[in-house]
Each structure stands twice: as C-alpha cells, then as structure tokens.
Write a protein that binds this ligand. Sequence first.
Ligand code: ACO
Length: 442
Amino acid sequence: MGTEEETSNGGGVATAADTLSITDNRTGETYEVPIEDGTVRAMALRDIKVNEDDFGLMTYDPAFTNTASCRSAVTFIDGDKGILEYRGYPIEQLAEESTYLEVAYLLIHGDLPTQAQLDDWIHEVTIHTFVHENVKNFMQGFRYDAHPMGMLTASVAALSTFYPDANAIKDEDVRYMHLIRLIAKMPTLAAFAFRHNMGQPYVYPDNDLRYPGNFLNMLYKMTELKYEPDPRLERALDILFILHADHEQNCSTSAVRSVGSSQVDPYSAVAAGVAALYGPLHGGANEAVLRMLKRIETKENIADFMKGVKDGDEKLMGFGHRVYKNYDPRAKIIKTAADDVFEVTGVNPLLEIALELEKIALEDEYFVERKLYPNVDFYSGLIYEALGMPVDMFPVLFAIPRTSGWIAQWLEMIDDSEQKIARPRQIYTGDRTRDYVPMDKR
Ligand code: ACO
C-alpha cells in the first residue's frame, strides 16, 4: 500500500498499542487518542482544551488533502503502485472484459450481476433514455454557443423539477428509479447539448442500440434512417466510460456527497458534481494536452518545448498526478483504445508528437526523479478529437460515466449512519464586534 494520505485505507482491528499519545505543552496534559484504520478521529482532539471555556482543538486542512471524510467500499487506489480497483476488481480486467453498463451495476450494487440481473439492468436503463419534451424545449432556449457543460449542469438540475418524488431519498424503490433515470438520460442531455452547439436538430435515443452506440447515434445521426455505429468506436467509447466511472473522493465526488448530505434529491446532487467537473483543474486537463500538442506542432519543436518544461516555464500537460506516482493504470488502457479509434478515423497527426513526448519524458531524469508519468488525460483528448468532439465536449464525455460513480458514492453516504450534513469548521480571521458606521461617516 502507498502512503496513507494518498490511498484508500484498508480495514484493521485496533489493539491497545494503536493509540496516539498527545502532550499539550500549553497545559502539560497528555491524551491518548485511538488510531483506527490509519486515522485519528478529528473529534477526539476536541477534548484537548486549555480550560473549560475553550472550544477544543481542531485540525486545519484546506482542500482536505489529509482528511478522510468517509468510509467507502466503492473504489480503491494505490497511487504509488498504480492500482485502481472498482469494488475490488482491477480496472484492467474490467476494461478488457466488461461493459460500461455492467461496471455501473457493479459500482452501484457492489457485485457483478448475473446474466438475468444484467439483462434487467440494461433493459431498465434503455427504456428510460428519453427526456420530457419540455427538457428539449428549454435546452433549445440556450444561446447558440452555450458551453455544453453549462447546459448539462442546468438540465440535470432541472430534471428534479420533472420528478418531484425524487426527494424521497430514503425510499429505496423510488431512489432506484431515479438513479436508473440519471444513468439513462445523461447521454441524451449530453448529446442534445452537442447538437445545439452544432446548430443541428436533436436526435432522439434509439433503444435498439447499446448504451455507447445510442450515444454515438444521438451525436452523429444525420439523414440516414437508421444509424449504425462502428463497433470499434462503440467499444473504444465503452472503455473510456469504464475508465472514468469512479475515482473515489475527488473534487466532483466530494461535491456530490457534500451537496447530497443536505438530503436534496439526486438530480441536484449530481448537478453539483457536473458543475465541479466543469472546472479546468478537474475535467479540463485533456483540453490543455491537446492545446499543448497543437502548439508544439512538429516533432522538431519537442526539444525546445522540453527545455522550457525543465526550466520551469511550463508543465508537460497530461503528466503527473496528485495520487498516482506511477503510470496511471488508465493511461495504459487508453493508449490501446486510441489505436482502435485511429484505425477507423485515421491517425491523429498529434499522436506522433504525444508518443515522442512520452518516450523522452519516461527516460528523462527530471520526470523520473519526480515520478511524473502519463495520466488518463494524456491520450483521452486525442481520442475525443478523432471522434469529432470539440474540446468543450471533453468534460461532458467525462460526466456521462462518472454519473454511476457519483450515484454509488451518494447511495453509500445516504446509508452511512456516521454521515451528517457536511459542515466544515473555519479559523476566523476577520474583525470582531465593530460598531456600524453611518454612510456619511465612512
Ligand atoms: N510537468 C512538469 N513538471 C511537473 C509536472 C508536469 N506535468 N507535474 C509536476 N511537475 C513538477 C513540479 O513542478 C514539482 O517540481 P519541483 O519539485 O521541482 O517543484 C514536482 O513535479 C512535484 O509536483 P507537484 O505540483 O507537487 O505535484 P502535485 O501532486 O501537486 O500536482 C498535478 C499534480 C496537478 C496533476 C501536476 O502534476 C500537473 O499540473 N500536471 C499537469 C496537469 C494535468 O495533466 N492534470 C491532469 C491530472 S489527471 C485528472 O485530473 C483527471
């Protein structure tokens, strides 16, 4: 296992030795704090006080870089070893053997489905792909150049107004229907946003097609009576969906959990996740990779570019990861999927530059020393571009599969008796008890 702050912690039974002795040098008092699963409870520090009136000690952890906010059995990551597992299944095996919808079932239910369970799951998702005509109408009200991520955030949130019973989040049957709807309708909303940007009529779902094939249909169908997706593109998209389905407590997942902790309906909670993914630090890195490759332009310019990176002028986008200090396991799989896509679409000329950059970086001391390896975004943008996607659509393509991860985490939170409404503390740094100053005296 890697460093504890970077990885999902395994379980473990506390023994008498599993305690932390803390001496408060302000008072000379010593406290014994239990260590459980490699953590101490922040609330245990509240007993550490200088006097009876003292509020007690808190921890200060901006951006929660060393704070476990939940127990989770959904996704395991070991960043040092480059391991990613959903419900204990290695991502490599899932990408090789499974489909996105089966993985969504796994994330949400905790186990792989039997054939009958999978058939039923696929059927339920497939028959819920349509959205109310009014959803289509209000999406048509966006400006012609509206960012598809803004359209997606707004339209997912708006779904809650079509299903007022969605706030019955403690009713298992009701919430099950809504999580099916979320997974089913996400590609429809995403495709509508894309067609809106293109100035093309929206395409209704084709329920004869599989999940990724239907999405390609809604993106690209023109005058043909029946859209027939290329199976290689469909499979590549399915693999990308599998790779992006969950990644434990990242920014958007924490947003879903945090907003969901108020017991709002799942559409509103997932809309918060989409909004978080809209940010360039989360869902936008593959766009930055593409911009970088275009700027480098030819292999001859690579040496100059690399010099700039090593001098600290800029970063090699798509390299490095807060958690993975090894090859991001998803990057390896994506590279293979890219070959399949380019077989259909023709090779993206930027691929040559990307491959060369990777080769140089993996041998260069600067990158080796800092454990900088390609991450999932290094190749995904190239695939999306080959599929005809404008960069604005990249985070949308991320949000579709991440919906199943968000829901799995949301369900886990709802059923976790330790969870309450999320409410961090603060260190107040402002003024106190000032007298109001009338306007003419300021
Ligand atoms: N290119 C060049 N140098 C880099 C890079 C890079 N891509 N990433 C990190 N470094 C260097 C840093 O300058 C630093 O060097 P120093 O020790 O000489 O100061 C060292 O490596 C450590 O970097 P940190 O910034 O401490 O690493 P951190 O874990 O905070 O950052 C991050 C991770 C943000 C992903 C970073 O590697 C980066 O900016 N990469 C490029 C952007 C990118 O690809 N983001 C996608 C992440 S995947 C995702 O979000 C789905």
